[in-house]
Design a protein around this ligand. Structure first.
Ligand SMILES: [Zn+2]
Length: 158
């Protein structure tokens, strides 16, 4: 386990969030951290990291697992209401980083392959250098998601 934690890219990213050096960090939730994805081919593409280093949902304690799914749902709703895509995709894969993390991907009208998963587009296109947002774009995108999150959670708290 210690070996995994030391070499896990997501555990490393979480450490960066915790020490304040992650420019993509959006918000902490009870069971995880919401971040903006490094490449913005899909405007608003975000990722929700689990606070626990496990690779499968069933490895989470039941109460934590239910909260993790609820938190992911609110994170996804925040992205949806910030950008109003045609469709939102939720993907929990973990094939290259075996630490639970949800990909929250807005799909728009101009999507090149709207009926297929985003992974069908070559990463040389979706992860091209020009798809990296500038500092100002990062701030703008994060602010939209944070504002959306606040509206959703304040409305439910009443
Ligand atoms: Zn990890």
């Amino acid at each position: 386990m210690q070996y995994l934690l030391r070499h896990c890219t997501i555990c490393k990213e979480i450490k960066a969030i915790q020490n304040g050096s992650s420019k993509f960090f959006i918000r902490e939730m009870l069971t995880g951290y919401l971040i903006l994805y490094t490449y913005q081919f899909y405007r608003g593409y975000s990722v929700f990291f689990c606070k626990k280093h496990v690779s499968e949902l069933h490895e989470l304690p039941k109460k934590f697992r239910i909260q993790f799914l609820a938190d992911m749902s609110i994170a996804a709703e925040s992205v949806y209401k910030a950008f109003h895509p045609k469709k939102l995709n939720y993907e929990l894969l973990g094939n290259t980083a075996p630490h639970l993390h949800w990909h929250i991907i807005p799909r728009y009208e101009n999507d090149p392959i709207p009926q297929r998963p985003i992974w069908c587009i070559d990463s040389s296109i979706t992860c091209a250098l020009k798809m990296k947002p500038t500092h100002n774009e990062i701030v703008t995108l994060k602010t939209k998601i944070i504002d959306s999150y606040k509206i959703i959670t304040q409305r439910r708290a009443v």
